[in-house]
Design a binder for this molecule. Sequence first.
Ligand SMILES: Cc1ncc(COP(=O)(O)O)c(C=O)c1O
Length: 404
Amino acid sequence: MSIADAPAIAALNPPRRVLLGPGPSPVDDRVLRSMAAPLVGHLDPIFVRTMDEVQELLRYVFETNNRLTMPISGTGSAGMEAAVANLLEPGEEIVICINGYFGERMHEMALRVGAKPVRVECEWGGPVDLEKTRKAWRDSNAKVLFAVHAETSTGVLQSLEPLREIADERDGFLMVDAVTSIGAHSIGIDRNRIDACYAGTQKALSCPPGLAPVTFSDRAVAKIKARTTPVGSWYLDTNLLTAYWADASGGTGGGARAYHHTAPISMNYALHEALRIVAEEGLEARAKRHQRNHQALVAGVEAMGLAMAVAPEHRLWTLNAVSIPEGVDDMKVRSRLLNEFNIEVGGGLGIFKGKVWRVGLMGAGSTENNVLLLLGALEKCLKDEGYKPKDSGVSAAAAFYAAN
Ligand SMILES: Cc1ncc(COP(=O)(O)O)c(C=O)c1O
């Protein structure tokens, strides 16, 4: 074939998977349809109104009145980079709690923006060690404390109040990763006085990956404005992004907008629709649904004699880490789930590789149907692998649903 020959590539025809991994999660057809809507320009009044509404809806899910609340163009990692690149100046210390893979990623990003990260090493599969964190905070000159609210690598939910208390010892800034909690677990930005928070669209918001909602408190914005060095990343500089996203009138709608970059129009349509779905259900009802399906899954998993990797009081509802029983082949089971049952579940990350399955019950994926389907399929795969389930997982989950 010469380079001038046009390649004959068939049209894509991806299957409709049951996405029960660590993300992306299943997306409502309403969201998919919204992405097929006609494009308008990134400064078209219709798009400007879309931006205002996306911001209003994001404030609702973040539970905040923060004016600087917007989606960064990029995946969750772009939100992560935006938070650390804006809030920290080169040479500045930051205390980073590391109890999983994403704390480690933040450490790497902090190094790359020239900050001086102070690591708080915590056990994977457990919450942040508060005594170690307090000591690291007291021993450092850091103004920023970072933790992951929902550690997707381990399935641990971190309570934020004690971290706020530690940061308050010297009026510190609290920075939080809410990629896997947004839209399922309450984040309570204003209630918990979180100063910088980033999230992702592809988990419990049930929107395709591609945008990273972020929010910054007024005092975080003041810190950013008082920087003595420019933000290292032009693309992620909130001072520049504000001219495009945060409307100049200070309220909703009507303000002037300046071009910064060409916003991914269709992704914003998708987020707009996904957030409308969240608002229709309501945050509280959505949290209850996630909790109930998580509990049913746990009832099923434990009935089969399998163990959850995280203690009950620290478990996420969105990401369930199930310990792989001795003698069972991780990859074989996951391949069979995918190829025979069309179900995706995730494998372990970092030190949990080969040790856990990560079962996501996120957004539109958190349903009774999906829990029962997965438990049935898993039971079959496990039996074929020679593992003898103690009891029926499906029956235990069905009994849980009947009683709750
Ligand atoms: C807790 C957490 N933080 C950050 C990220 C990075 O997001 P992305 O993969 O969308 O860039 C992820 C992705 O799974 C995550 O789970």
